[in-house]
Design a protein around this ligand. Structure first.
Ligand SMILES: CCCCC/C=C\C/C=C\C/C=C\C/C=C\C/C=C\CCCCC(=O)SCCNC(=O)CCNC(=O)[C@H](O)C(C)(C)COP(=O)(O)OP(=O)(O)OC[C@H]1O[C@@H](n2cnc3c(N)ncnc32)[C@H](O)[C@@H]1OP(=O)(O)O
Ligand code: FAD
Length: 705
């Protein structure tokens, strides 16, 4: 058997090698009868499920948005998952970079075909609307890392929809939706990501040929980062500075073909490639792109918001200057849902594992407890479940707000765009930051096994931590929200009406201190008073600095730390408020035990954040030390109350094992068996002796090196 293992790698391609190797790996390690690897489900998990006192599917339906939506999701999931070919023969993380990418393309094509042939016939174009989150979720059964097609569906198609004229949409969308072309969104450059007015790629109109000349004048103007750009896409949205009739009109989006549709070779004048290994996203071929006076037809400029006529005349169509930023706002809204989903996955893995894992002794000589019975473990984990709920419900609410503002804008009314921008910016910032931190908390809660890639927690973290940066960095987006808050504060001070999400300012500007009461509504009101206090302090600092001779821009910059904290506090209050109201609304007709457990989770979230911000409460409200002590006591009571339902709560997220892809989090709790099964798939276990022994170790050990 050893001989077969040793010779194999040399005679087969890497993927064929792994496929072949997976059939005899157990032989190689001489665990040939599988005796030690029990197939029966873990008893502790079974007991946890038996003691859960609420109807799990009721909460699943609430999170899905109703029983019909749960049915629809399950139907789509079962179509996709019943196609066994989605499974990897060998774990994707053990492949080299090229094989990983090729495997990701294979799986993306397979998944796309399933969606086109079987899901679209079921849902029609609904698949792009309310079912897109189901498609996104189901895709995780195919990819542990990221599909190279994510940007095609996530940004290329939405940009055409949001920025193209009806004629442009009718030309490009059918081709894109049918995957006849694959695109991405190339905005960021080597030199600029945040400050998009500073982008350097130029699109200069030539009226003689009715073309734009796309050019990258210097290294820093090279497009950098776009997902799927390096090898997959043949088209992309390029965001470039528009020049016509000798004048620059700022950044605009263009559809640019970069590769031949038949040979896939980069077209003359286009330089494209992949940017190299990254912390995550390693299957998404993030790329670079440069242009050498590359010509595209005039009508490849996306012209819904502004146009360049044949003679070069520039015409502004849109009623708001920032509508070209629309795709970013859309994706920020989508990302809140995206990270809620990923956090729910991490919580499921860590809670199930904590019910299976036993460690240490609470009382000497007694059986080792399940680690979930340590109150410190509950403290780490239950806030993750609660936050996943808070973000899921906030994301649904944000989506409704987004849709309403979009409908207004279709009628020419952009009045509510600044509030939407402020909300989507801060919710994107906080949800991604909280989720990344809590996924890491879940990993740490799983001890050493959480560090295994097969737990899926490291990959979840590396994916989600990037969301804090892309589509607008955390700090930068909170500063955008702060601009809106400071203006709103000034309006409230002068007695003018303010928009709904900042209406708390009208009461707070008077200067009263809020008296704490420990109810949910009381904690939320206190959170708003903390936000108001921080906004007020920022305003005072800016004014003081200006009084001392600073220009507004300098005073703003020097107050940046306070402004970010104010925007964070505002957003936290909004999340607490929305989470509370949505919980009450959605459980109005639920069974009593569902109502109770949803209320407990909600109170846990509110108490958690009150305790995290005791300094702020003491400073900006009339909260006393005794109030904090009773809040702490309530928090600890909630941990104990939630404990028996913890496994039921994560089961309610309803992730099939294929989507979780975790040795620690599978439904049956066969943690140790799965860890061993995955270990045996490691390429290093394909041979009893690695060739480096003969090449290096043996000579070293025998003093012959
Ligand atoms: C087969 C397998 C398939 C699997 C998939 C299955 C299904 C998929 C379906 C769905 C996918 C689901 C989810 C995920 C989707 C996609 C995500 C995946 C990956 C994404 C990868 C990342 C992509 C990117 O990162 S693209 C690049 C993004 N870049 C940024 O975000 C840049 C950030 N910078 C900015 O936004 C701006 O520069 C700025 C910081 C806002 C500053 O802009 P500036 O013009 O300088 O403005 P200024 O500060 O001066 O402000 C002036 C004024 O304008 C207001 N303003 C600013 N922005 C906006 C806006 N967007 N809207 C409205 N108003 C805005 C600003 O507040 C000022 O107002 P005022 O003067 O104060 O009143
Ligand atoms: C995994 C991944 C995928 C991506 N995919 C795409 C893609 O598909 N298409 C695309 O176009 N782009 C993509 N990007 C790029 C991404 O959008 C940018 O990286 C992001 O917008 C941040 O910009 P930056 O890298 O220029 O950071 P910088 O702006 O250089 O930020 C560096 C630091 O400076 C701080 N800073 C910057 N400006 C200010 C300010 N005004 N005030 C205070 N602090 C400031 C930031 O807070 C941060 O701490 C991707 C990035 C990643 C990581």
């Amino acid at each position: 058997m050893g001989t077969r293992c040793e010779g194999l790698r040399d005679s087969l391609s890497p993927i064929a090698y792994y496929e072949e190797y997976s059939h005899f790996r157990l032989d190689c390690l001489k665990i040939d009868d599988n005796k030690e690897l029990s197939m029966s489900a873990n008893e502790d998990l079974a007991k946890e499920r038996a003691r859960c006192d609420f109807n799990v599917s009721e909460i699943t339906n609430i999170l899905d948005g109703g029983i019909e939506r749960t049915k629809q999701r399950k139907k789509i999931e079962s179509i996709a998952l019943s196609n066994g070919k989605c499974c990897d023969v060998t774990p994707e993380e053990t492949l080299g970079p090229k094989e990983r990418y090729e495997n990701a393309i294979r799986k993306s094509c397979l998944y796309t075909k399933i969606v086109k042939d079987q899901v679209l016939t079921l849902t029609g174009l609904e698949v792009l609307g309310s079912n897109s989150s189901v498609l996104r979720r189901t895709a995780d059964a195919f990819f542990k890392d990221i599909s190279p097609f994510l940007l095609h569906l996530g940004m290329f198609v939405p940009t055409i929809m949001g920025q193209g004229t009806p004629e442009q949409q009718s030309y490009w969308l059918p081709r894109a939706l049918d995957f006849q072309i694959i695109g991405t969104y190339a905005q960021t450059e080597l030199g600029h990501g945040t400050f998009i007015r500073g982008l350097e790629t130029t699109a200069t109109y030539d009226p003689d040929t009715e073309e734009f000349v796309i050019h990258s004048p210097r290294l820093t103007s090279y497009k950098w980062w776009a997902g799927g750009l390096g090898k997959t896409s043949n088209y992309c949205i390029v965001v470039a500075q528009l020049y016509t009739q000798g004048k620059c009109y700022g950044i605009h989006p263009f559809i640019v073909q970069i590769r031949d549709e038949d040979t896939h070779m980069p077209l003359p004048g286009v330089r494209v490639g992949e940017i190299g290994p990254r912390m995550g996203f390693n299957t998404a071929d993030n790329g670079f792109l440069g242009f050498d006076h590359y010509r595209i037809p005039r009508n490849h400029m996306l012209m819904k918001n502004s146009q360049v006529l044949k003679d070069g005349t520039y015409v502004k169509v849109a009623s708001h200057s920032k509508l070209t930023y629309g795709t970013m706002v859309f994706v920020r809204v989508m990302l809140v849902n995206e990270v809620a989903f990923n956090l729910a996955k991490a919580a499921t893995i860590a809670v199930r594992y904590s019910a299976v894992r036993r460690q240490s002794e609470k009382i000497s000589g007694e059986p080792e407890p399940q680690i979930i019975d340590y109150v410190t473990q509950q403290h780490k984990l239950f806030v993750c479940i609660a936050t996943a709920h808070a973000l899921q419900l906030s994301s649904n609410w944000l989506w409704k707000t987004f849709s309403a503002v979009l409908a207004d804008m279709r009628g020419g009314n952009t009045e509510n765009l600044p509030e939407l921008h402020a909300l989507s910016s801060c919710l994107k910032a906080l949800s991604t930051s909280d989720s990344a931190a809590l996924i890491e908390q879940c990993r740490l809660a799983c001890g050493g096994h959480g560090y295994m890639l097969s737990s899926n927690l490291p990959l979840l973290y590396s994916f989600v931590t990037a969301t804090r940066t892309y589509e607008g960095d955390y700090t930068v987006l909170l500063l955008q929200t702060a601009r809106f808050l400071i203006k709103a504060w000034e309006q409230a001070e002068s007695g003018n009406p303010v928009t709904p999400t900042v209406s708390y300012m009208e009461e707070a500007v008077v200067g009263n201190k809020y008296k704490w009461n420990g109810s949910a509504e009381g904690i939320i009101k206190a959170a708003y008073y903390v936000a108001a206090g921080k906004i007020s302090s920022s305003v005072t600092s800016i004014r003081k600095r200006m009084k001392n001779g600073k220009a507004f821009e300098d005073a703003w910059e020097l107050t940046g730390v306070q402004l970010v904290a104010a925007a964070e506090a505002h957003c936290r209050a909004v999340i607490c408020d929305v989470y509370r109201k949505e919980t009450v609304r959605l459980t109005a007709n639920s069974s009593p035990n569902v109502k109770t457990v949803m209320d407990q989770l909600n109170m846990l979230y509110l108490s958690h954040w009150a305790l995290e911000r005791t300094g702020d409460l003491l400073r900006y409200t009339s909260t006393t030390e005794d109030d904090i002590i009773s809040c702490q006591q309530r928090y600890e009571e909630l941990l104990a109350a939630i404990r028996p339902n913890a496994v039921g709560l994560v089961d309610a997220f309803d992730f099939p094992d294929e989507i979780l892809q975790s040795t620690l989090g599978a439904y049956d709790g066969r943690v140790y068996e799965r860890l061993m099964e995955e270990a045996l798939k490691s390429p290093l276990n394909a041979e009893p002796v690695n060739r480096s022994f003969h090449q290096y170790l043996k000579p070293l050990m025998q003093g012959k090196l």
